[in-house]
Design a protein around this ligand. Structure first.
Ligand code: F6R
Length: 608
């Protein structure tokens, strides 16, 4: 995700900014840049790719500036390239801006600025904002920023400099973190503590709706409505590594815990509750093809494949379009038949998985419209697909995929509503689903807040040698995902099965040493899965059941019960998967394993 660093003081800004940007690298990025005030002009340097590219141009340079801003960009609007990289300069060259977040109404704002004669070089929402600030500037930079932000819808963490104010950096935050660092005669602004802890450990955390200025002499901040703020300075004593992981022991745990936010990010600006519609910008030009689609093909590997299986249930149930989900590695080699009006979606967190990429190429070659559901902006699958939807879940660093899965399922829920609306889904059904979707982030939060019980279960079972995971209907792929999560990081053998299939073979494995995780929320399959639990208990199997909040029917049968809040049955996988992610994480951690880098696995599988 994007990173921000700004410095004003008496030291040379370039090495300090570069060092800050290096500290933000762990968040993932695709381009970087800095802007300096040194003389009568703002100097900007931006480069696609790794920081080294920027560094090579800067080091040995003559820049002696003592004020500057730096950014690592993780593309959202526009491809990762030198032009779209931040900072962005206003058309008159006087203001430079770096921005994290998304300006949702940038198209309307851009239209207004175009009528006033502004021109734009990049595809970004950020260039619109810097010109909007220029439009309002009349000598007071902070006032211009406030006036511009009052017209902005969306999220931002920004830092702004003006050539006529070589002593000031203006900042503002809404929905994207910022922190001010306080040194002696020097101040910093950053999106992340990691970028500044080598310079100061005295910081002020900003809150949403705040705007302010740092200069060589001090720092002031107020609310966007210009009311005053009083906030004390916090002294930080974490290590750098702890800070990068947000204070969590592992990236995987951080990524599990941040799902309430990543899910909001995946839905942001896409749910039109009032009219019961879904807006997925990357599919707009393919809406006709989606209306004509007679078959949808989902291509993926691993966890993304499991998300595709949930997608199959969602799309067939809510939109009544036939769906086939294929392991990408099998699809590409089995000479598949692609009927006319087939739309394929390749699903990938990294956007670089070679099997998924090749399967996408094969589907395209055979005439299917090839769309992507991808997390990493500008990745190969994103570039080669003809359109698609980004997850906006932010970089996933832990090898075991967690937040990408829930964002992928969220995209499928939105896609199913969009397709359903094209095929006669009523307003009320669409609105009911959208309302339920909006509640999911807080319901995930509720599960995360009660994780102590899952830690206890992990303690009981972390030495088990085998696990069975069972689920039915839309929760069957959740059972598969739970088993994959457990085996990949704890090295405990685990298998996922449709619950009713158990009696066709795996039931032979059940005895008192076999923990069986049953995903059994209230839905139309509930009575059936209760019978499956009875079958396990009759053979002395140990049952860990995931059930709905108010359901006490399974209490008498299960050895351990984990409750999740109620939601629309089609959205249940977004909640039932959370305890399974936590169970696998804590089991592996209790075994002292390298959770973020499990043996033999890679985050991005670019070999067949
Ligand atoms: C499991 C996991 C892998 C990936 C798979 C596909 O936790 O991370 O199974 O899901 O390698 O990767 P992407 O989604 O990047 O194509």
């Amino acid at each position: 995700m994007c990173g921000i660093i700004g410095y004003v003081g008496s030291k040379e800004a370039v090495p300090l900014l570069l060092n800050g940007l290096k500290r933000l690298e762990y968040r993932g990025y695709d381009s970087s840049g800095i802007a300096l005030i040194d003389g009568p002009e703002i100097q900007i340097l931006k480069k696609k790719g790794k920081l080294e590219a920027l560094e090579q141009e800067l080091l040995g340079g003559k820049q002696k500036a003592t004020i500057g801003i730096g950014h690592t960009r993780w593309a959202t609007h526009g491809a990762p390239n030198d032009v779209n990289a931040h900072p962005h300069l206003s058309g008159n060259g006087s203001i430079a801006l770096i921005h994290n977040g998304i300006i949702e109404n940038y198209i309307e704002l851009k239209k207004t600025l175009l009528t006033k004669g502004y021109t734009f070089k990049s595809d970004t929402d950020t260039e619109v904002l810097v010109n909007l600030i220029a439009e309002f500037y009349d000598g007071d930079l902070q006032a211009a920023v406030i006036r511009a932000l009052r017209r902005v819808e969306g999220t931002y963490g920004i830092a702004v400099i003006h050539v006529d104010h070589p002593d000031e950096i203006v900042f503002a935050r809404k929905g994207s973190p910022l922190v001010v660092g306080i040194g002696e005669g020097e101040y910093l602004i950053a999106s992340d503590l990691a970028a500044m802890v080598e310079h100061t450990r005295d910081v002020v955390f900003l809150e949403d709706g705040e705007v302010g200025t740092i200069s060589r002499n001090g720092f002031t901040h107020i609310k966007l409505d210009e009311s005053p703020i009083s906030r004390s300075v916090t002294h930080i004593d974490f290590t750098l590594e702890q800070i990068e992981k947000g204070g969590y022991k592992h990236f995987m745990l951080k990524e599990i815990m941040e799902q309430p936010i990543t899910l909001e990010d995946s839905m942001r600006g896409r749910l039109l509750e009032e009219v019961g519609e879904i807006r997925l910008g990357g599919l707009t030009e393919h809406l006709d093809a989606l209306t004509r689609a007679e078959r949808i093909l989902l291509l993926a590997c691993g966890t993304s494949y499991h998300a595709g299986l949930v997608g199959e249930y969602l799309i067939e149930d809510l939109a009544r379009v036939p769906v086939e989900v294929e392991y990408a590695s099998e699809f590409r080699y089995r000479h598949p038949v692609i009927s006319p009006n087939t739309v394929s979606f390749s699903i990938s967190q990294s956007g670089e998985t070679i099997d998924t990429l090749e399967a996408m190429r094969e589907a395209k070659k055979q005439g299917a419209l090839s769309l992507g559901i991808v997390n990493t902006v500008g990745s190969t699958i994103a570039r080669e697909s003809e359109g698609g939807v980004y997850l906006h879940a932010g970089p996933e660093i832990g090898v075991a995929s967690t937040k990408a899965f829930t964002s992928q399922v969220t995209i499928f829920a939105m896609l199913a509503i969009l397709l359903g609306r094209q095929r006669g889904m009523s307003d009320s059904v669409a609105k009911e689903l959208i309302i339920a979707l909006k509640k999911i982030p807080s319901q995930v939060d509720q599960i995360l807040k009660h994780q102590d019980q899952i830690v206890d279960i992990a303690k009981t079972f972390s030495r088990a040698s085998n696990f069975l995971y069972l689920g039915r209907g839309i929760n069957y792929p959740v059972a598969l995902e739970g088993a994959l999560k457990l085996k990949e990081i704890s090295y405990i053998h685990a298998e996922g099965y449709p619950a009713a299939e158990m009696k066709h073979g795996p039931i032979a494995l059940i005895d008192r040493h076999m923990p069986v995780v049953v995903v059994a929320p209230q839905d139309k399959n509930h009575a059936k899965i209760v019978s499956n639990i009875e079958e396990v208990r009759a053979r002395d199997g140990v049952v860990i059941a995931i059930v709905s909040e108010d359901d006490h029917e399974v209490d008498r049968l299960a050895n351990h019960i984990i409750r999740v809040p109620e939601t629309h049955p089609s959205l249940m996988p977004l909640l039932t998967v959370i305890p399974l992610q936590l169970l696998s994480y804590y089991a592996a951690d209790l075994l002292n394993l390298d959770v973020d880098k499990p043996r033999n696995l890679a985050k991005s599988v670019t070999v067949e």
